[in-house]
Write a protein that binds this ligand. Structure first.
Ligand code: PHE
Length: 373
């Protein structure tokens, strides 16, 4: 800013000459008219109305004029600035209106378009079947118990009376987990059955114990139409005073009827498991032919291969050595256990022919089972 000067003639101050002010105003108006977008207009606004714009700088010169010249120069600059601000506001409104009209067209939503092209998922039938089985037992007063899938060898084998040299421990059956210390001899496995949850439960709780343990188990198997290295077992454990094989059979028969239909029977076939004594294999009567296909070539049954029976799983009275290992007095209490794989159950209950369909997670497989909650 120049210093006040009594003999100062405003006409002589270059920036305040009328034609200069007019030029500045016209340049501003031309720049606003030329701005084709709100961004360009903003730039023009900064250039022509900002603190370093020619008109703002000219305005500053007024202060240095002698009093008699101030009014006239101030009026001239003020009018020019007024015209510039008016033009700016008008162009701003114009460009905003254009933008709003464009947005309405570009971002229009066609509410008549189909909205349901993204297919919804479905819960896996293994999950829903497992929960349905749990419901049957919860209704009988059982509780659901869970345990870790990465398990100590002691829980998976030793506590269950499976000797160190039992073939089930061999490398080809069991997946051993190497710890961070990379010791060659691992004592941690991916559980090969849900039976370790029996031991954990017995260590945790006092009898009477009535639990159902569903969960994933792992074995060294190929994945093909009839095998999978990961599958789901459900294990049943009851420990109380005076339990017998009759209680075991009655309980499982109730489950079979709840899942497959009234009136079906079960049968026990002698078997051996280290953790139960006596042990048995449990079969249910075929729910399709109800046993009629057995021995009748006229009535073949695909579900049970005309056997009349379907193998469900292993069971037995909990071995007293297992009760002792879990701190329960076998003189006072007895228990029964039952374990079965539910992939097989799903296969014959729903005619699933290939195990791989159950593990691949393709929604085309799961969707037909519906969205059961
Ligand atoms: N844990 C056994 C298995 O995986 C099944 C089983 C459970 C047998 C409980 C008897 C009692 O083969």
């Amino acid at each position: 800013m120049s210093a006040p000067n009594k003999s100062y003639d405003p006409v002589e101050v270059e920036a305040l000459k009328p034609e200069e002010i007019e030029r500045m105003r016209d340049e501003a108006l031309a720049a606003f008219a030329a701005a084709g977008s709100l961004e360009a207009l903003h730039e023009a606004k900064v250039a022509h109305t900002g603190p370093t714009s020619p008109l703002a700088l000219a305005n500053r010169e007024i202060g240095a004029l002698p009093p008699q010249a101030k009014a006239e120069a101030g009026k001239r600059v003020g009018m020019a600035r007024g015209a510039v601000n008016k033009a700016l506001a008008a162009r701003q409104a114009e460009l905003e209106a254009e933008r709003d009209a464009r947005v309405l067209v570009e971002e229009a939503v066609d509410v008549t378009l189909p909205h349901d092209r993204i297919p919804s998922g479905a819960r896996h039938p293994i999950t829903t079947l497992s929960e349905r089985i749990e419901d049957v037992f919860v209704a009988m007063g059982y509780e659901v118990a869970e345990g870790p899938e990465v398990e100590a060898e002691w829980f998976n084998f030793d506590a269950l009376n499976i000797a160190k040299d039992h073939p089930a421990r061999a490398m080809q059956d069991t997946l051993f987990v190497q710890g961070p210390d990379k010791k060659a001899e691992s004592e941690v496995v991916l559980r090969t059955h849900t039976s370790p949850v029996q031991v954990r439960t017995m260590l945790d709780r006092e009898p009477p114990i009535y639990v159902i343990c569903p969960g994933r188990v792992y074995r060294m198997d190929e994945l093909d139409a009839t095998h999978t290295p990961v599958f789901t077992q459900v294990e049943l454990l009851a420990v109380d005073e005076g339990l017998t094989m009759a209680d075991l059979k009655g309980t499982i028969e109730h489950m079979v009827r709840a899942l497959f239909g009234e009136g079906l029977t079960t049968r026990l076939r002698p078997n051996y498991f280290p953790f139960t004594e006596p042990s048995a294999e449990l079969d249910m009567q075929c729910y399709v032919c109800r046993g009629a296909s057995a021995g009748d070539p006229e009535r073949p049954c695909r579900t049970c291969s005309s056997e009349g029976w379907i193998e469900l799983g292993g069971c037995g009275m909990v071995n007293p050595r297992v009760l002792t290992a879990a701190g329960i007095d076998p003189e006072k209490y007895s228990g029964f256990a039952f374990g079965f794989g539910i992939e097989r159950l799903l296969m014959f209950r729903h005619n699933v022919e290939d195990m791989r369909d159950m593990v691949e997670g393709d929604v085309r497989f799961t969707r037909p089972f519906g969205m059961e909650i």
